[in-house]
Design a protein around this ligand. Structure first.
Ligand code: SF4
Length: 245
């Protein structure tokens, strides 16, 4: 089984617990205005690698994974655009006793999703926006699949780390953050909430690829705005009256 791979990071420390072998898969259906990896978008980009080849590479780091309670993470791009590859790679990782993490926006729903989840230990779920219209404005697509995916993970009891990219003017409205917090409070499988502050490090890629960057004048949020967003997302609420969730 071959997958289209953008890149590999051998000892990642932020995309899941412990030290991780991270595979960034090529291809994404979203077009996030703040994407710092637009070079992962094209489905036919990257290079082909087999499950076996990647697994052998990953196994080279097994002592570090075991020592740190780490494992492997499939990220992207959007890994669920290559669902057969994800399934086979995770199955082989589980056979080798390796912890598996899926880093996804939940925006696509492959036919083998249930099988993939059977061999997934943790999901890093990126919720771009709780409001459908604003989600479309940021990514070009509805958030329906993402929110349904979050509910499915909750029903299955699969641990989740929620991620939210905080972009001034796009995803930092206090009421929206409160509503997202209310949605998260309906889930019982959320182990962690992470606010990812918007940054400018990928801007040069937009320029290189000839893409129109609509966030040129937008500055990263201040630390107090990040702290406030975290507070609003983690404030426990029973229900959200306004969003009805
Ligand atoms: S989901 Fe990730 S890779 Fe895809 S456009 Fe958004 S930020 Fe970029």
């Amino acid at each position: 089984m071959l997958g289209r791979i953008h890149s590999v990071e051998s000892c990642g420390t932020v995309d899941g617990p412990g030290l991780r072998f991270i595979v960034f898969l090529q291809g994404c259906v979203l077009r996030c205005a703040y994407c710092h990896n637009p070079d992962t978008w094209k489905l036919n980009g990257g290079i082909e690698k087999s499950v076996e080849e990647l697994l052998e590479e990953a196994k080279g780091y097994l002592p570090y994974m075991k020592f740190s309670n780490g494992g492997v993470t499939l990220s992207g791009g959007e890994p669920l655009l290559q669902p057969d590859f994800v399934l086979e790679f995770f199955r082989k990782c589980k056979e080798a006793g390796i912890h598996t993490t899926l880093d996804t926006s939940g925006s696509v729903k492959p036919g083998n999703l249930e099988e993939i989840l059977e061999v997934t230990d943790l999901v890093l779920l990126d919720i771009k926006h709780i409001k459908e219209e604003k989600h479309k404005q940021i990514t070009g697509m509805s958030n329906n699949n993402t929110l349904n995916f979050a509910k499915l993970l909750n029903d299955k009891g699969i641990p989740v780390w929620i991620r939210h990219v905080l972009v001034p003017g796009l995803s930092n409205d206090k009421q929206d953050l409160t509503d997202l917090g209310a949605f998260l409070a309906t889930l019982s499988n959320v182990e962690k909430v992470e606010i990812l502050p918007y940054h400018k490090m990928g801007e040069y890629k937009w320029e290189q690829l000839g893409l129109t960057n609509t966030l040129i004048g937008v500055k990263p949020p201040k630390q107090e705005e990040v702290d406030e967003a975290y507070r609003l997302l983690t404030k426990k609420q029973e229900t959200c009256q306004e969003c009805g969730l």
